[in-house]
Structure formats: structure tokens, C-alpha cells
Design a protein around this ligand. Structure first.
Ligand SMILES: [Zn+2]
Length: 154
């Protein structure tokens, strides 16, 4: 094993890049977003081979590589927090001012979690297992933020 190189002459510069971009969401991603927008429904795709339901939907099963494109399923507009974090810094790309909760939410009928904003409770009251429901945005942005946020079910 070579010894660690002497780093005393290494020079680094720290900075930040702003990187605006546009990309095609694809056939699957487009149907997911337009259904959110037009029907206020969250769609997943189900694998006919292993029965796993993916959300956000994907074109191919992550486990058995089956084509999932035409096997849409409606998910429940209710789910459970699987895990979460509290975002404690502000940045231009973030959807909310800090502090806010980002949660991994497993919707009824899905096998994979959707990551989204959790509101309606202070960060210290977030917990795994909390039952939550989506609140849809009043105006569309044609993004995942057509779900404005999730909040606890009363
Ligand atoms: Zn599969």
C-alpha cells in the first residue's frame, strides 16, 4: 500500500453552481404528473411478475426487469411515514423555508415510498408510523408539487 501523499500542497476552491435545466419526464413520468394535476390521484405501476407496486412509477421493474409501462394502479390518497428528516437550512432549490420535514411516505397499495413535504405538525412531533394524506396544490406547476404537501390524518 502506498503511503498517503503529502497533502500540504493541495489547493482547493469551494463554490456553488446554479444549474437550470429542462428534461422530458418521459411517457411514464408524464402520465404520473398529468394524473396528479387533472384527477388528484397518485398512480403507481405494478409488476405482473413480482407484484411490487412502484411509486413514483418507473418503466422497468427494479427487481425482475419486467416492462411496467401499461400496468397502472390507483394508490390510496393516504399513507404512512416510513422515515423522515428535518431540513434545517435554507437554499434556493428547496421547496420550503427551514425548518421543514421531508418524509418517506408509503401510500396504501404501494411497495416503495414517495418522498414529500410533511406539514401540519412541528418537526419535533414527526414520527415513523404517522398516518398522513396528501393535500393538492390549488394551482398546478406540472410537477410533483401538484401535491402541495402531506399532513397528518385527523
Ligand atoms: Zn418485478
Amino acid at each position: 500500500m502506498p503511503e498517503d501523499p503529502d497533502k500540504s500542497d493541495c489547493f482547493t476552491v469551494e463554490g456553488k453552481l446554479a444549474l437550470p435545466y429542462t428534461y422530458f419526464a418521459g411517457k411514464v413520468g408524464s402520465k404520473f404528473i398529468t394524473t396528479l394535476r387533472d384527477r388528484k390521484r397518485i398512480l403507481g405501476v405494478k409488476c405482473k411478475a413480482c407484484n411490487k407496486v412502484f411509486v413514483p412509477p418507473r418503466q422497468t421493474c427494479a427487481f425482475c426487469m419486467e416492462d411496467l409501462r401499461e400496468n397502472w394502479v390507483d394508490l390510496k390518497n393516504e399513507g404512512e411515514v416510513m422515515n423522515y428528516t428535518v431540513v434545517r437550512y435554507d437554499d434556493k432549490h428547496l421547496p420550503r423555508k427551514a425548518p421543514f420535514i421531508l418524509a418517506m411516505i408509503k401510500l396504501g397499495g404501494a411497495d416503495t415510498p414517495l418522498v414529500h413535504i410533511l406539514e401540519g405538525i412541528p418537526p419535533e412531533e414527526a414520527r415513523i408510523g404517522l398516518k398522513v394524506k396528501p393535500l393538492f396544490a390549488a394551482e398546478t406547476t406540472n410537477t410533483i408539487l401538484d401535491i402541495d404537501h402531506f399532513e397528518p390524518v385527523e
